[in-house]
Write a new protein. Structure first.
Length: 76
């Protein structure tokens, strides 16, 4: 059963951060706009986690943590 997700809070990223992904064997990074506090509820359990909301083409997308291989301060 897929867990239901609910965004509880949006938190500004503050300092510049980037989320790092792997795409066809290459490392790709996207700037993190803000963080989201997400509550996931399943049949037998619920928990909260923080996820990155990344800037992709000017729109924010919540990234699944399984897609992110690293979060790091952005290079200036």
């Amino acid at each position: 059963m897929k867990k239901a997700e609910k965004i509880l809070q949006i938190i500004p990223a503050g300092e510049p951060w980037e989320a790092v992904f792997e795409d066809n064997g290459k490392e790709v990074s996207l700037p993190v706009m803000c963080w989201s506090l997400v509550q996931e509820e399943g049949k037998d359990s619920s928990y909260r986690c923080v996820r990155a909301i990344c800037d992709q083409d000017g729109y924010g997308d919540i990234e699944d943590a399984s897609n992110i291989i690293a979060l790091r301060p952005a290079k200036r």
